[in-house]
Design a protein around this ligand. Structure first.
Ligand code: CAA
Length: 695
């Protein structure tokens, strides 16, 4: 008998307690156990009702995602839910923590549902590229009606107990202990003569305009197919008898399970959790952080300060002059007002943060008791070095000195201090209080507990933290520079920036690279190009991209860049001057122009991204392929359903990708030199994901 389900008698009630930590996922042993314990309860003399509860922190978090993709093992979850519902006994679910996916489906297989106020329900399968697969698409609409059921399924959002009760999913919301509440409720139902109430026997819900709902959901999904597929499954709940509807659901679920999108989404789910789990940090205690200093109150510094304040840290902001300090205060206050408006903080918290937790200063001495200082000053080595020399002089021993540089050498910055072991890179993405990614850049001498503190800070700020080694651009910006260069090559060969943006948006990026550049500000890339040319001793070069900037067009903030924003950002009207500049440059270099199909654009752009990513992993700048995948997902808008560039590469096949790269290399050997790691994987018939699993 399965030890995953404890069995106990309480008068005429059999209590089935699911014990599968950490979140009671419905793995094979749990499913088997539920079947056996239902048999046991029905055979147990005098039992009139069954109460199902979860041990630990949740009722049930859903199917065991680690089993997806493996050969199915009987009993299946749909069979378990049907078995529970068909019981002649009265079956009650008492829910606490989360009841997600298969967890909610088990609860819907029960005849009555009670929950504590903090309980949350949901059908998050869309986040795994799936639809509910154990009757959820057929039962939930019978309980809530079609509209509510579709909202829950297509968004995958978690719904609180009170709202779920208003929807009819939960019968009673009651404070207290789930087991005690459940027992009292079951007893009351028995005493009141309540009858079994199988959802499958409830009348079918009312139809809606299915095609319109399907089209609208597909459009919202930006290329993701599973939300729209759930519309078709719910349609079956209205149009077909219950059992036939279940078959439709099953078919769609199984088809999606085999899809590339669900492979990408499932990879994203596990990688998001694995990325912050570095073996070398096990058992390392982070330094304690309560008060942080931020130097520079521009957009980036103000964003970092805002994120820290929102997570409960005290912040001292250092600016050079009183006026600059006032402007920085204004930026932070503006960000906090936004957080208040969106309900992220209460009016009282807002007031306390501004009056007590934030301090703006103009003198370095005010940073002397900070536990960590993050500088976000102008991106130039000499400026950064000056800041670190001052920090070294004023900061207390053990304080962490962090640079938010996006490209510069953290070893060189650390070298000007007497304590390089305390120096680290913390690369935030703008706006820093919104963007989820944090690159934790580990320099040669950074102490391990400083690295652990970087990750701890990331956790506290609710970021996805990725460990990166030192190189120009670290993980993300280094790869970005390469795929942007590949896009620029295509422009020289005949694709327009608008063709490229369109193809990549179809691939799933929210914005193509040229629209992103306009949003970020074209002056940033211009400054980097000028710096690199100066470093290389190349003068007098001006590309079409430079010329756009020379004309004062820096993108959205000046109203013009690759696009003309006179009609608004959404209109995406090309700036007519851009193609003239491009044509002139093509003519100057005698480029032979040809048309690119959308597939060719995506293939080449992705090949550049994957090849550079493989170099980044091969050189140890990123520890594992999944670190690159998460960097691109959380910092660069890479579509989640492709799983990240290296998961995407595994799915399309590494040999084909390598042969594409070798093809492009015929034109530009240096730029397209295949990554040694990619060649090795192809030669040994392995995938990037196998490297993730190897740890
Ligand atoms: N299967 C397997 N493992 C799971 C899991 C699941 N459904 N849900 C969570 N876990 C694991 C996590 O991977 C993590 O493992 P590690 O500690 O080894 O990293 C551990 O449980 C704890 O999870 P979190 O770190 O995410 O903890 P949390 O408290 O932040 O969040 C949670 C808990 C809300 C349950 C969150 O984990 C979550 O959203 N899980 C996924 C829920 C889900 O998608 N369920 C639907 C499954 S599909 C389904 O049910 C299909 C069907 O209809 C048949």
């Amino acid at each position: 008998m399965s030890d995953k389900i404890a069995y106990a008698r309480n008068g005429d009630i059999a209590v089935l307690t699911i014990q599968n930590p950490p979140v009671n996922a419905l793995g094979h042993a749990v499913r088997q156990g539920l079947m056996e314990r239902m048999d046991q309860a029905e055979a147990d003399n005098g039992v009139r009702a069954v109460l199902i509860v979860g041990d630990g922190r949740a009722f049930i978090a859903g199917a065991d995602i680690t089993e997806f993709g493996k050969p199915p093992m009987s009993p299946s979850l749909p069979d378990v839910v049907d078995r529970i519902e068909a019981s002649p006994l009265l079956v009650v679910a008492s829910m606490h923590g989360v009841s997600l996916g298969g967890g909610l489906e088990v609860a819907l297989g029960c005849h009555y549902r009670i929950a504590v106020p903090s309980a949350r329900i949901g059908l998050p399968e869309v986040h795994l590229g799936l639809i509910p697969g154990a009757g959820g698409t057929q039962r939930l609409p019978r309980v809530t009606g079609v509209e509510v059921a579709l909202d829950i399924m297509t968004t995958g959002r978690q719904v609180g107990a009170k709202e779920a009760a208003a929807m009819g999913v939960i019968d009673v919301v009651q404070d207290g202990d789930a087991l005690e509440n459940g027992l009292a409720y079951a007893e009351k139902l028995l005493t009141g003569g309540a009858k079994r109430r199988p959802v499958s026997e409830m009348p079918a819900p009312t139809a809606i305009d299915w095609d319109a709902a399907y089209d609208a959901t597909l459009a919202r999904g930006r290329g993701q197919i599973s939300p729209a597929q759930s519309v078709r499954a719910v349609q079956a709940s209205v149009e077909k008898p219950f059992n036939e509807g279940l078959l439709v659901e099953r078919q769609i679920f199984m088809d999606l399970l085999k899809s590339d999108q669900s492979k990408g989404m499932i990879h994203s789910f596990f990688s998001e959790r694995a990325v912050g789990n570095l073996p070398e940090l096990k058992g390392i205690t982070p330094r304690s952080i309560d008060h942080i200093g931020v130097i520079g109150g521009g957009t980036m510094g103000a964003g970092i300060a805002t994120a820290a304040l929102l997570s409960g840290l005290r912040v001292t902001m250092l600016e050079m002059t009183a006026d600059a300090g006032e402007a920085a205060y204004g930026r932070i206050a503006g960000n906090l007002a936004g957080a208040l408006k969106r309900g992220k903080i209460t009016a009282e918290q807002h007031e306390t943060i501004l009056s007590q937790a934030l301090n703006v200063i103009t003198d370095y001495a005010g940073l002397s008791d900070a536990d960590m200082v993050i500088e976000a000053v102008f991106e130039e080595m000499s400026v950064k070095k000056r800041v670190f020399i001052k920090l070294d002089a004023v900061c207390q021993q053990g304080a962490i000195l962090a640079t938010n540089t996006s490209y510069l050498d953290v070893n060189e910055i650390a070298s000007v201090t007497s304590r390089p072991q305390d120096v680290i890179g913390l690369h935030f993405f703008s706006p820093a209080h919104v963007m989820k990614l944090l690159e934790v850049v580990v320099a040669d001498k950074t102490a391990i507990d400083v690295v652990a503190t970087g990750f701890e800070l990331g956790k506290r700020l609710k970021k996805v933290s990725v460990r990166a080694g030192v190189c120009d651009g670290f993980i993300g910006n280094r790869i970005l520079a390469t795929y942007r260069a590949a896009a620029d090559q295509m422009v020289m060969e005949g694709a327009s920036p608008y063709d490229i943006d369109k193809a990549l948006e179809k691939f799933g990026f929210a914005m193509g690279p040229y629209a992103v550049a306009d949003l970020a500000g074209l002056d940033i890339g211009w400054a980097v190009r000028k710096r690199k040319r100066a470093e290389a001793g190349i003068e007098g070069v001006s590309t079409y991209a430079d010329k756009i900037c020379e004309a004062g067009n820096f993108g959205q903030k000046t109203g013009k860049g690759y696009y003309d924003y006179a009609a608004g950002a959404k209109a995406r009207v090309p700036n007519p001057e851009v193609m003239d500049l491009i044509e002139a440059e093509r003519a100057e270099f005698g480029s032979v122009s040809h048309d690119f199909t959308e597939t060719q654009i995506v293939r080449r752009y992705m090949a550049a991204m994957v090849n550079e990513a493989a170099k980044v992993v091969g050189e140890g700048i990123a520890r594992r392929p999944l670190d690159v995948d998460m960097t691109l997902l959380f910092g660069y808008g890479f579509p989640r359903y492709h799983g990240g560039p290296l998961k995407w590469a595994d799915i399309v096949g590494l040999p084909d990708l390598l042969s594409d790269i070798e093809g492009y290399a015929k034109q530009d050997v240096a730029f397209w030199a295949p990554a040694p790691l990619l060649k090795e994987l192809v030669a040994s018939g392995k995938t990037f994901d196998e490297l993730n699993k190897a740890g």
